[in-house]
Design a protein around this ligand. Structure first.
Ligand code: ZN
Ligand code: FE
Ligand code: FE
Length: 198
């Protein structure tokens, strides 16, 4: 009988998954930067693109430290998260609402990565792969910082600004909301459907 696959094999599998996820993200981040209206948000996505390229290099070093060739294995999870971000970008949101939604999409990716790297660091430590552990920890710290940066931008004005326009139709004194009379009714309905699906 063939030898059972071990945690080391699972670890290599997860490393390949992360390698592929980072490569997918290097294609998605420029689109998110382009769709952002806030200059700080755009900058945050652009900075994280640079970090992501460095993370790919770190994963290559981690593979090398294990005498393994760097290769990817398609990451379905990040593909789904990127697809959801893509569909947000196709919506007809006003500028700050779009920014708030881009942050939401970006944070889903960061949290996914934080979970992946958290596991990778713990497994590398448990198996005594200290060089890989330290490389992966650096990336985990970057993902956490990127997530915190997005929270700071959301809570530092973007959410509030988006919220200012959120009830524009029913805030006019005494006037009932006009069904179908407001702008962006169609996309509003669409996004309501989408959020109910989650
Ligand atoms: Zn191992
Ligand atoms: Fe990353
Ligand atoms: Fe990231």
């Amino acid at each position: 009988m063939a030898q059972a696959t071990t945690l080391h094999d699972a670890f290599l599998d997860e490393l390949r998954d992360a390698y592929d996820a980072e490569k997918q993200l290097t294609k998605a981040l420029p689109k998110m930067a382009k769709a952002a209206s806030s200059p700080q948000l755009r900058k945050a996505f652009e900075n994280h693109l640079k970090e992501t390229q460095g993370q790919i290099g770190r994963l290559e070093k981690a593979f090398a430290s294990l005498d393994e060739k760097a290769r990817g294995k398609h990451c379905d999870g990040i593909e789904g998260i990127i697809e959801e971000g893509q569909s947000v970008m196709e919506e007809d949101f006003d500028e700050t609402t779009m920014d708030a939604c881009l942050i939401a999409a970006g944070q889903r990716a960061e949290h996914y990565e934080m979970a992946a790297y958290g596991t990778l660091v713990a497994w590398a430590k448990a198996m005594g792969h200290s060089e890989a552990a330290s490389l992966l920890q650096q990336t985990l710290d970057e993902e956490k910082a990127a997530d915190a940066k997005l929270s700071a931008l959301a809570e530092g004005g973007i959410n509030e600004q988006a919220a200012d326009g959120a009830h524009a139709d029913n805030e006019e004194e005494g006037a009932p909301a006009l069904v179908g009379g407001g702008r962006q009714t169609a996309s509003g309905n669409d996004s309501t459907k989408r959020s109910r699906r989650r």
